[in-house]
Design a protein around this ligand. Structure first.
Ligand SMILES: [Zn+2]
Ligand SMILES: [Zn+2]
Length: 338
């Protein structure tokens, strides 16, 4: 069979700091994958790492976009064409030690749509057929576009063991930091007491981002100023200089949860402080089926009013501008609508 000559425009990392919208081969039906018409793809810090050549696996020419919702372009398993779905972009190897213990989300050879194979900043994308989650009828796809980052936060909160009555501090006011602060507020609220907003703080050096978080009702602090210490500290930055100072937010016996992705080189951590204050360092990585299902239920409940986190919905041909806005730190969540 002759190769298809059909192409589609897509947002592509070209190497270095260069990003462009250019035509790529249209995805063809492939065994083990489902063909999706993309409604929205969210851009995040991982995309910025890719588009700066800082991601260890992404290769120039990759179509970015791993946070996606859309509708099935053809039947997939029990699901019919036209069904709105969230698609887990991750692919595990099935044979490593983690996979053999059922921990597929921390597979030693985990790969992802939008990093290792063409992503969703394109009208059509192939997604792993085993990772489809039908969305409830009537759920706004703009809000469903936040299921992926929300699932990251659901897992982080689960890993933290955060309980009612505890104090929480979030370091970093990007979309993940803000989502964590909003989720943690429910987790620390004593049953029947309503909001736990006073017990959750978020530090962020950028005044612009602090103002965005304030607008969501989050209690923000300037990291240059002293602040109360917490039982649970979430690091939603991935910034090496932050790693060294995480202990300052932690009370004795606090859990420090690393949510942000760090560069693939060791970052300095104050281990004497970990030892002296009996801190626990906890890692958390993406999400399990359970976390995704919980995130979809949360979005469908409307409790978090997630649409507020979306700064702008950008058409694909303005994708380069969206990346620049993210680089400038002037936006919370940006969605591309291919
Ligand atoms: Zn992401
Ligand atoms: Zn594996």
């Amino acid at each position: 069979m002759a190769p298809s000559t059909q192409t589609l425009p897509a947002l592509v990392w070209e190497g270095g700091l260069s990003v462009a919208v250019r035509d790529v081969p249209a995805p063809e039906p492939t065994e083990g994958f489902a063909l999706l018409d993309v409604a929205y793809t969210g851009l995040c810090g991982t995309d910025l790492h890719i588009c700066a050549g800082e991601h260890s696996r992404a290769q120039p020419g990759i179509v970015i976009g791993h946070e996606l919702v859309g509708t099935l372009a053809e039947d997939a398993g029990d699901l019919r064409a036209g069904q709105a779905v969230f698609a887990n972009p991750m692919m595990h190897c099935g044979t490593c030690d983690a996979c053999s213990r059922g921990l597929v989300h921390v597979c030693e050879r985990l790969r992802s749509v939008g990093i290792d194979r063409p992503g969703a900043a394109c009208a059509r994308v192939l997604v792993p057929a085993g990772g489809l989650y039908p969305l409830p009828a009537g759920l706004a796809l703009v809000e469903a576009a936040l299921v992926e980052p929300l699932a990251v936060c659901v897992r982080a909160l689960r890993r933290s063991g955060c309980a009612a009555g505890e104090r929480v501090h979030v370091v970093g006011g990007g979309p993940i930091g803000c989502l964590l602060a909003l989720l943690a507020r429910d987790a620390v609220a004593a049953p029947g007491s309503g909001s736990g907003s006073g017990a959750v703080t978020l530090s962020e050096p950028s005044a612009t981002r602090r103002a965005l978080a304030d607008g969501l009702g989050i209690t923000t602090v300037d990291p240059e100023r002293p602040a109360p210490t917490a039982d649970v500290v979430f690091d939603a930055t991935g910034v090496p200089t932050v790693a060294a100072s995480l202990g300052r937010w932690a009370r004795a016996q606090a859990r420090v949860v690393v949510v942000g992705a760090y560069p693939p080189v060791p970052s300095p951590v104050d281990l004497l402080r970990v030892m002296f204050a009996e801190l626990s360092l906890v890692g958390t990585r993406i999400y399990t089926r359970e976390d995704i299902t919980a995130a979809i239920e949360l979005v469908a409940s409307g409790r978090l009013d997630l649409g507020r986190l979306v700064s702008e919905i950008v058409p694909l041909d303005e994708g380069v501008r969206a990346i620049e806005a993210l680089r400038a730190g002037s936006a919370l969540k940006l969605l591309v609508a291919p």
